[in-house]
Write a protein that binds this ligand. Structure first.
Ligand code: SF4
Ligand code: SF4
Length: 338
């Protein structure tokens, strides 16, 4: 790993404790936790800074809101704060759906930069966010992730690198290689490309505060839950899901797209799917034997985890961008919904 010696990095903006702070607002599965680790590793091991990171999420693993908090400062500055980032210099929102369900903008001031994964322009994004004022950066990270076979986190990382004004891109590249190289070496090239594209394609604009939207201070909400009344672990309390056909809190923007021409009806996807989305029907094989054939996917139950994509050996299922499809039209309903 290349090393930049202490004192060679100038952090342009700091809180009075001497720290540059980043908050990632994400949905489980988009990789915010890994992105936080990569930034801290790049800052500490690659740039000679002092740093810390942690994430907060429930036991659901995928589909529920996730926050990641990163602090970086000069190596001589001690980090004594281990609480969530309240006033981020950079706020990166990994999915637009969070704007409706989570108070993502809390603590974001005119000095902050808000980075949003979206196809919208910066002006449209400001209206969507109802942002008091400050810098907004828009990046279509979902599209980059699909095209480069990475996840949303890596193009967002490229965008954060550029917006920070001090991150050493080589240190981040090294950390990406280190984090993915051991377990998933085949993904390194795609991730590095996704990082470059995030860096190059982010479009940022400054909006002066004009009193149209109020500043949203950070509010500490002491938990009303203790060991006597906390919900059972693994419960997604903000599930949108089927009755309202609102999968936004759980689906992350991806859907599996099935190609029945390539499908061998092996059934592996059915074993892998945690939500029984695959619809099967009895029929006759070419030799006249009775068999079960795959008919399609009931997207009403699909959370976009993409386990079926990874398991399908003949590559009959590919990754699609949810917004490119009319999910109602391509859904094959499970028999009890007909
Ligand atoms: S795993 Fe792939 S080939 Fe097998 S049934 Fe599912 S879609 Fe078809
Ligand atoms: S992405 Fe595939 S495995 Fe995941 S819930 Fe949807 S159909 Fe099931």
């Amino acid at each position: 790993m290349s090393t930049v010696k202490t004192g060679q990095v100038t952090i342009p903006r700091k809180h009075k404790e001497g720290m540059f702070e980043i908050r990632l607002e994400s949905i489980g599965g988009l990789g915010a936790n890994v992105a936080g680790k990569i930034m801290a590793e790049a800052g500490v091991l690659g740039m000679g800074l002092n740093g810390s990171n942690f994430s907060s999420y429930g036991s659901e693993k995928k589909g529920a809101p996730v926050k990641a908090h990163i602090r970086l400062c000069d190596s001589e500055t001690p980090i004594r704060t281990n609480s969530p980032v309240e006033n981020p210099h950079i706020l990166a929102i990994f999915h637009e759906a969070l704007i409706k369900t989570v108070p993502v903008l809390q603590g974001v001031g005119p000095e902050s930069t808000v980075l949003l994964n979206t196809t919208k322009t910066t002006t449209q994004a400001r209206e969507l966010l109802k942002l008091h004022g400050g810098y907004i950066g828009c990046i279509d990270a979902l599209n980059i992730a699909i095209e480069e076979k990475s996840r949303v986190n890596i193009p967002m990382l490229g965008a954060i690198c550029k917006a920070s004004g001090f991150f050493n891109a080589d240190a981040l590249r090294d950390a990406i290689k280190h984090v993915f190289g051991k377990k998933y070496p085949q993904t390194v090239a795609g991730n590095l490309k996704a990082f470059e594209r995030g860096y190059d394609e982010i479009k940022t604009e400054y909006f002066a505060p004009d009193d149209r939207y109020p500043y949203q201070p950070f509010v500490r909400n002491p938990s009303r839950l203790g060991y006597l009344n906390q919900p059972i672990g693994g419960v997604v309390v903000s599930a949108g899901i089927t009755r309202q056909k609102d999968l936004s809190p759980s689906r992350t923007g991806f859907i599996p797209v099935l190609d029945l021409e390539t499908c061998t009806h092996c059934g592996e996807c059915d074993y892998a799917c945690p939500d029984y989305c695959f619809v099967w029907e009895k029929g006759l094989s070419k030799t006249g034997k009775e068999a079960i054939f795959l008919k399609g996917i009931d997207y009403n139950y699909c959370k976009g985890c993409l386990q079926c994509v990874w398991i399908c050996k003949p590559k009959a299922i590919s990754i699609g961008k949810e917004s490119d499809y009319n999910v109602d039209e391509i859904t094959v309903p499970l028999s009890f919904r007909k």
